[in-house]
Design a protein around this ligand. Structure first.
Ligand SMILES: [Zn+2]
Length: 69
């Protein structure tokens, strides 16, 4: 369906990559990690919730797809 690997997804979300520097974890996926700057800004309304929801959905689909290999 998507010709995108899970770890390439952040290339399509450049602003999340920029914020990663402020996340607690270096390899933060911005989904389940605590003290995540992206999640904080989504909750504040500074980042689009719709866009974030799509990101989470896409990331989940990519991870699930990976498991079937
Ligand atoms: Zn994060």
């Amino acid at each position: 369906m998507f010709d995108v690997k899970a770890d390439e997804l952040d290339l399509y979300y450049a602003e999340y990559v920029a914020l990663s520097a402020k996340c607690k974890y270096h390899r933060c996926t911005h989904v389940t990690e605590p003290e995540c700057e992206v999640k904080r800004r989504v909750n504040e309304g500074a980042l689009s919730k719709d866009r974030y929801d799509r990101y989470v959905k896409l990331l989940t689909e990519l991870k699930n797809a990976k498991k079937t290999y």
